[in-house]
Design a protein around this ligand. Sequence first.
Ligand code: DDH
Length: 305
Amino acid sequence: SQPPTTDVPLTPSSPQLAEVRAAIVKLLKQPDYDDGSAGPVIVRLAWHSAGTYDKATDTGGSNGAGMRYEVEGGDPANAGLQHARAFLEPIKRQFPWITYADLWTLAAVVAIKEMGGPEISWRGGRTDFTDDSRCPPRGRLPDGSKDADHLRWIFYRMGFNDQEIVALSGAHNLGRCHSDRSGFEGKWVNNPTRFSNMYYKLLRMHDWKKKKLANGFEQYVYIDKDLEGEDADGEEPEELMMLPTDIALLHDPSFRVWVDKYAEDKDLFFRDFANVFAKLLELGIRRGENGRVINQENLESGYKS
Ligand code: DDH
């Protein structure tokens, strides 16, 4: 059966949408959660909802909000994202006409802007699956313990190129790793709730040391003494981290070109990130003349084949 669609216009200037945006802004501040913001985990929710896309079979992507179902939500790659969904639940109750798939992606765009990032264009009209039969299979999201080949395997499948892979990875300016979710631990930058190009600057400092955690996970660490002034929040410098996949961007010549550009040119990074994040959220989505997503049938045949 087809999920219900809504009559609320979702053009960028729609007043109903402005109300939802304002409600999202309000809930971002969460003093008792992580670094005081729901923003980073919400960005990751949107990314993992979209990052299942497979161009060859035209399956996966942000339409459907399949993470509400165990088959997708229970994927170990999605551990912790229930917090993001819980943060957004009151908004879904307040505005029942918006689909989960639209809410999750819109919330990420609003959060990035609120945290000092670029304006990202967003289009609504996604529908929610009504059962789990169209959820993508597990295993389509990247594994942080892997290398550059893995990054290309995962992101080329979605239709991204090397420049786009590096730009997308700049989202690691935000948030942190939690040992009880991914097994990795710590944050990439000193202020993980401010969107910037600091991730690339730190990456280039070269003296990342491999560290084996008590749980056996290997990541890279650096004590951020030198950047005290530059990332000034009056806070003590802490041990910062990189995943093996982050370090891979540094050592692969084709990725490295873009790490350098984004470290040196914040405006370029903001522009490229805005474009590639908008592209991510649109993967696999086709719209009819009224702007509603019309690709349910395509999805169905894709999953069954
Ligand atoms: Fe990421 N990410 N990500 N990531 N990610 C984690 C956290 C966050 C990888 C692994 C991890 C992107 C790409 C990659 C965010 C956004 C984006 C964590 C820690 C791991 C592990 C999770 C936890 O323990 O809670 C890998 C590997 C890749 C890759 O191969 C490129 C992309 C493309 C994005 C994006 O948004 C465009 C954000 C935000 C977080 C912080 C979440 C939080 O709770 O805080």
